[in-house]
Design a protein around this ligand. Structure first.
Ligand code: GRF
Length: 221
């Protein structure tokens, strides 16, 4: 018997290229998951157009219309929960979430961050990696905790920083990796191979001592 598809709600604020990579990956990699809705806090987010093109309900909940972070988060929770998701995915969602929101979705809320965490939490990660003189940079997929970009990391992909890289060229290199690692982690979640228990990530029932490093061969795992 086939397992029930993992039901997903995606939260975005902008271009939604990671969301698009996930949409494309589901049939391509036979991932047993369905995106029930895409929600943006910005009505003009290009990602909403992408969702509509893919026949996915595209909803905007404008944060500026709410008088507090908590009232916005409550509205989000109400809408998200109407889709009964197994997993909520942050894909370039540029709002800090309240503890209440994060706690409500414990162990079923993940994010992608453009750095090799714990390096460079927060914004402007590419410029900061260059300024720090690093030779490697990358992206991380992690469970969301109450600490900004601080939750348990599931998987990472690294890129080499070249002498001629600037923040934009580095952003594009990292984004290419993001489009690989986010769908792959979702595949593993849909297969119920990844879980979070007491702040520890488990892969195939074994605690992960360190994040999974993803490369092209990882799709064969
Ligand atoms: C990505 O760099 C992601 O790591 C960060 O926000 C950006 C979103 O890009 N969290 P997109 O909207 O998926 O194109």
């Amino acid at each position: 018997m086939t397992a029930k598809p993992l039901s997903i709600v995606v939260l975005i604020s902008g271009s939604g290229s990671n969301m698009q990579a996930i949409i494309d990956s589901l049939p391509k990699h036979h991932i047993n998951a369905k995106i029930k809705a895409v929600i943006s806090n910005k009505a003009d987010a290009y990602g909403l157009d992408r969702a509509k093109l893919a026949n996915i309900p595209a909803i905007s909940i404008d944060h500026s219309l709410y008088d507090s972070r908590l009232s916005f988060d409550h509205a989000m929770i109400e809408t998200i929960d109407s889709f009964e998701p197994d997993l909520v995915i942050l894909a370039g969602f540029m709002r800090i979430l309240s503890d209440e929101f994060v706690n409500h979705y414990t162990a079923r809320l993940i994010n992608i961050h453009p750095s090799l965490l714990p390096n460079f939490k927060g914004l402007h990660t590419h410029q900061r990696a260059l300024d720090a003189g690093h030779h490697q940079h990358g992206a991380s997929v992690h469970f969301v905790s109450n600490e900004l970009d601080g939750g348990p990391v599931i998987a990472q992909a690294a890129v080499t920083i070249s002498d001629d890289d600037d923040a934009e060229s580095l952003r594009l290199k990292v984004l290419e990796q993001e489009h690989i690692i986010y769908p792959l982690v979702i595949k593993w979640l849909a297969q119920r191979r990844i879980t979070l228990q007491s702040r520890t990530v488990y892969f195939d029932q074994k605690p992960l001592e360190k994040p999974i490093i993803i490369d092209a061969n990882s799709w064969n795992l």
